[in-house]
Design a protein around this ligand. Structure first.
Ligand code: SF4
Length: 413
């Protein structure tokens, strides 16, 4: 059989990694090698950012150590029963690839995940070895995100945090039922247990660094997780609730939502079609409402329709406002920041600009037009010095007036 070159394996293992959406590199500690020690930095110019066709950031060297796997998760292209080409890197090969790509300025860091080979412990050891060698043997200062394997020994999972900027453990599916049905080798309790331990190790490390300047850092960019959307029957209400629980329990930096992609030779228990990408987008918007706009989980859940799903044609903040019309209109010149953030069409930047501008004079619609992208969406929900929406908020067809017009389906392509 023909020996696969490193380029062949890179093609296979980079392609196999594309299903993982949790690759953002934000929020880590600042490190540079401008002093001539080591190489790379977590900040800086000339870093290559690439985006997959569906818009996901793939600016890191994002690969699997191997796509061999002893587990058989139905939704995963790398599951043991899948008929895909398999490949494997050694830890040393990943180290060399990362350094070569970094030196050529193709990447800003490494996102490394893996199928499970031999055992969870063996795989975790290999992942850690990559990060250790990069940091210790090569003085690599760039960003490292390690996917950790919850089934591995707890000491190994915790070691990952000593070398990586960010660690993540995928909860995979929003409900325990989904996990049992679609990922029979995984255990929800084990996944959450590992997340909890990582969370505690992060807190302890932060605490230690407050007391001892040279105490080691532990995953300074925090931990994240990913949920697959649309592979099981979980509703958006359930997904929003689950994400919220995870943020609260484990102080996660991010929950990523990944619309399920149908895979070759898919198991019969999976849906035939992927959910609309817009569903993923709406879930991210709902996530932002909770994290940055002061909405509670239950408030966002009331933005869903009777079937528990977020509307695809309007964003969750508008959906919420249409269901809570009694809270509007909001006076732009008097309302608190919290109230302004609830107005559909006003983002955090626009609200900051309004708060600043209204110190000097009472704002009129014209002023708002300069501070926001459009006032059309705002009009029914606001009062300004020269505008009051008499009755507009109560009109039965307000939703239709504010939803974007449906797009003609393309016949070809
Ligand atoms: S353990 Fe990971 S790589 Fe293996 S089948 Fe499950 S999701 Fe895929």
């Amino acid at each position: 059989m023909k020996q696969e070159t490193i380029t062949d394996r890179l093609a296979i293992l980079a392609d196999a990694a594309k299903y993982d959406a949790s690759c953002a590199s934000s929020g880590t500690a600042k490190r540079t090698s401008r002093d001539g020690k080591g190489i790379g930095s977590t900040e800086g110019m000339g870093i290559c950012h690439a985006y997959a066709p569906d818009g996901r950031c793939i600016s890191l060297l994002k690969i699997l150590l191997t796509n061999h796997c002893i587990f058989d998760c139905h939704y995963c292209v790398n599951r043991k029963s899948s008929n895909v080409r398999r490949a494997r890197f050694t830890a040393q090969e990943v180290v060399e690839l990362t350094l070569n790509f970094y030196r050529r300025n193709y990447i800003e860091g490494l996102f490394l995940s893996s199928g499970i080979i031999k055992s969870a412990d063996h795989t975790m050891e290999q992942l850690i070895e990559v990060a250790r060698a990069l940091r210790e043997d090569h003085g690599f200062k760039g960003y490292i995100h390690l996917k950790t394997i919850p089934e591995a020994d707890r000491a190994l999972v915790e070691q990952a945090g000593l070398w990586a900027d960010r660690v993540s453990i995928n909860v995979e599916l929003p409900t325990d039922r989904g996990l049992t049905d679609l990922a029979p080798d995984k255990n929800g309790g084990q996944i959450e247990g590992a997340m909890a331990r990582l969370g505690s190790a992060m807190i302890e490390a932060k605490d230690a660094r407050k007391r001892f300047k040279h105490a080691p850092m532990f995953a300074p960019a925090g931990q994240s997780t990913q949920m697959i959307v649309g592979a099981d029957g979980a509703s958006d209400t359930q997904i929003i609730g689950r994400a919220s629980e995870l943020y609260d329990r484990h102080r996660l930096r991010r929950v990523y939502y990944s619309a399920f992609s149908p895979i070759p030779d898919a198991s019969a228990v999976l849906p035939l079609k992927r959910p609309p990408l817009m569903r993923e987008h709406r879930l991210y918007q709902s996530d932002w409402l909770i994290r940055f706009y002061g909405f509670s989980t239950s408030e966002v859940q009331t933005a869903t329709d009777d079937d528990g799903m977020l509307a695809l044609d309007i964003d969750p903040k508008l959906a919420w406002a249409l269901r809570h019309r009694q809270d509007f209109p909001v006076d732009i010149n008097l309302a608190s920041r919290e109230k302004l953030l609830r107005v559909p069409g006003l983002g955090t930047r626009a609200v900051a600009a309004i708060l600043q501008a209204r110190r000097h004079h009472r704002l009129r619609l014209d002023d708002l037009a300069r501070l926001t992208r459009t006032v059309t969406k705002l009009r029914p929900f606001i009062v300004t010095a020269d505008w009051r929406p008499t009755g507009l908020i109560d009109t039965a067809n307000l939703r239709a007036r504010l939803a974007p017009p449906p797009r003609q389906m393309e016949l070809f392509g």
